[in-house]
Design a protein around this ligand. Sequence first.
Ligand SMILES: Cc1ncc(COP(=O)(O)O)c(C=O)c1O
Length: 402
Amino acid sequence: MTYDFDTIVDRRGTGNEKWDGMEARYGVSPAEGLALWVADMEFLPPPEVNEAIRTAAQHGIHGYWGDPGPYLDAVAGWMRRRHGWEVRPEWIFTTHGIVNAVSLAVQAFCRPGDKVVVQPPVYYPFFGAITANGCEVVNNELVRVDGLYRMDLGALDRMVDASTRMLILCSPHNPGGRVWSRAELEDLAGFCLSRDILILSDEIHHDLVYEGHTHTVLATLDPDIAGRVVTCTSASKTFNLAGTMTGNVIIPDEGLRRRYQLQMTKCGLYAPNRFGPLAAKAAYDHGEPWLEQLLVYLRANRDLVDREARDKLPGVTSMPLQGTYLAWLDFRETGLPAEEVVRRVQAEAKLALNHGATFGQGGEGHMRLNFACPRGMLREALSRLTRVFGAEGSEMAGGRGS
Ligand SMILES: Cc1ncc(COP(=O)(O)O)c(C=O)c1O
């Protein structure tokens, strides 16, 4: 079966954050603007997902969810088939998405005043999950080597102390799309083990990895590491189910699991919304052919963004993405102040993109563009960027030409 990623589905007026929330956040009206920000996709999920939701809706009675077994087996099956990790169903907690999972982990494993390391620029809700729980953010900024982000373990070594309790790893990394190599992960995990720092490994983008790169589940490196890692995954990025708010937290270590369970109980979290696991199970069970075609489509979109940035947007660099559908555009060489970049993107091109500075240190002067959309929509967005940042656009504004 060939899946259709080209048809534009109008999402406006359906109560979704990306389109219906863009004007409030970016001042770009959905009537004339394009939403290429928050990380969900403009594609229908595998047909079996909507079939499962339709069947449940048609049954019509939406009582408490109480049959987690088949869902947990589906998660374990996915991790075995796609990621080579044997997960026992009893290791898995089902949370209200991964931001919820991260916050629960901070509450479960840290005390107010403890330090938690993040590696910015990085998915920004991590900052809130740490500070709102009374902990302190330690920023180990990523360094750029040959145009790609790398972790700076030397700097990390100088930053941590006895109150550094946890490190939140984003793997693959958002933004910048690094798929961390096995060797990089081994170095990081070895360091954290030696300093008794727990790792929360947010692997929500684990399936969105391009040819030539392999995602390594951190917990598969060795049993000692698995005992100090809390792994977060979800079907939501892979299959475009973000609104179902269903996340997996996988904890092999029994002691850590007990503490996490206690925090879930304290928060009264004992069952997910029944539609989330039904949708995700259908995706895990039937969605692999869809995912394979999605990855081909996304790779072509990624290459299109890179080509257009290189050929038509003087001074703009697109970081080569190894995974994720989130292009990370560096505007600093345009010579334009960050506010002017934002003004052109929003007021002139009428595009809603994430502002780089939101992602913390190192994000300044960047914009994040979500290219998980039909190619026609992406071409339109890129031609608008060319109009306002291309050689002509730059000259009009007195900036650098090509
Ligand atoms: C690294 C990362 N973690 C978590 C999330 C969000 O997870 P959820 O919607 O399940 O809370 C995102 C969404 O973009 C993400 O990029």
